[in-house]
Design a protein around this ligand. Sequence first.
Ligand code: X2X
Length: 335
Amino acid sequence: MSFMKLGRFALATALATTIGLAAAAAETLRLSHNTGDGTTWHKGAEKFGELLAERSGGAMQVRVFPNAQLAGGDQMRQADMVGRGALDLVVTSAINVTPLVPEMAVFSLPYLYANYDQVDATTAEGGPAGRLAEILEEKGIMVLAWGENGFREVTNNVRPITSPEDMRGLNMRVAGPMYIDVMNALGANPQQMQWTETMTALQQGVVDGQENPIGAVIIPQQVFEVQKYLTTWHYSYDPIFLGISKAKWDSYDAETQQMLRETAAEAMDYQRQITREGTATGIDFLRERGMEVHEPTEEELAAFRAATQPAFDQWAERVGSDLVQSFQDAIASVN
Ligand code: X2X
């Protein structure tokens, strides 16, 4: 073997070793979420992946799978899968976790919150949402950070909604169990359906309406293309969270865990910010796109609140009165 050949051989061997080591050290985590790839959920998830890759020097990569693909399209199954370690990471919202952890419904009790300051008081470090993180940990899910789906607003194709009476008889798609009870309290006909099937159902008239947040879902998923009327009734707040399976979490050293937490907090701060911006500019945008938007008065909101009270009471009991009280106390502290 000539010297040149030997040199090349040595170089090739050295390269292969380096690449081999890098490949062995690099880890790709799979992240599942249940909305489309244009939503703020997806953007928050992608941001987490970018920041994590950067901070880990490329050792940790995140691959984001939208539309609950990894759970066979079943948005409620994701939390269960993360809990069992069948998924590494999840971005999902509170209502989707209620079949596994009914206490998660506390966030979305009708008219619990009136504004973002109240929301932030409950999800801030040391706030009562920490209790939900503890309960989720018992189910194998570590909450890394809270983000935002938002205040859920109602849309439909039949008539403008200005009072509870207007909800009577409407066929409404809902995401989860608590919203079935809320819709029943309003005299509507609720039907639980996967989000991924909802646009088609609205288009074909299988259901008359649905409810979702403006910035996170209604705009990026183009619900305005298939719905005429929107009422900003703010009836229920839905947080999202970025969670990791406890099995995965436990496999990391303290330094990596710290990096994951900080990175998740930053990604969800970004996600919350773009969601609120999209919501603030969203009403004008929706009007431009032909939706008829009704912004209820305080009196009208009071009527919706009164009509949904039975569902609040029913779910407050299921969630537990101490937990509900801890949220109400945090909310009262910013009033
Ligand atoms: O299914 C919905 O309505 C959505 C996307 O908001 C949730 O995941 C709860």
